[in-house]
Each structure stands twice: as structure tokens, then as C-alpha cells.
Design a protein around this ligand. Sequence first.
Ligand code: SF4
Ligand code: SF4
Length: 107
Amino acid sequence: MPFVVTTACLDILDRSCLDQCPVDCIYLGERMTYINPDECIDCGACEPSCPQNAIFHIDDLPAEEAHLAPVAERFLRTMRAVGGNIDRGPLGADPPEIAALSPRAQD
Ligand code: SF4
Ligand code: SF4
């Protein structure tokens, strides 16, 4: 069972999690990151690295974010984001559900 990035990452994208993943299965969208559940080995290394506390095990997702697990999975399959994000390269897109969200308010 994989880990999932929640919208606490939205418009932050500081990339701290990318270097922690031993299998390079965290992909960089335009506005947030996405974990490929088919590649995630459930090691948990990314979770404590996130300054936004945006990463959760799928079983511990906040209820209001539970819909994101299939959204990310569908998006990554559409983008053919498989085989490891070795170059940490951006995908240049987000799923429609994420792209439509309001910009994060400035702190
Ligand atoms: S739980 Fe491990 S394998 Fe899965 S995304 Fe996080 S660091 Fe990568
Ligand atoms: S560390 Fe957290 S805020 Fe930074 S890119 Fe990863 S999920 Fe987003």
C-alpha cells in the first residue's frame, strides 16, 4: 500500500521529498508532486522529509484528501510516468482536479 501526496504540497514544491525516495517514484507536477503507487515500495522515507507534512500513508489520509489517491494514479498512468523519475524532471502538468484548485494564499 503506497504513500500519497496531499494538497498541503500545492504551490510549494520545494522538492525535499524527491531525493529521499530510493526508487524515484515521486513525480513533479506543475503545482504539486505525485507518488506512483505502482512503484512505491512503502518505505516511508519521504514522509518525514516534507516540511508541509503533505505525505501520508494511504491508510492514514485525511478524509478530505482521500479522493487524491486514484487521481494521482490515473494521472501518472496518463502521463506514462513510470520507470523512475531519475532526472527529477517535471511533468509539466497536473490532473484537472488539481489544476482547477485556487492558488495557495500567500503566508
Ligand atoms: S514511501 Fe518510499 S518508495 Fe514510496 S514514495 Fe515515499 S520514499 Fe518513495
Ligand atoms: S517535500 Fe512535501 S511540499 Fe516538498 S515537494 Fe515533497 S510533498 Fe511537496
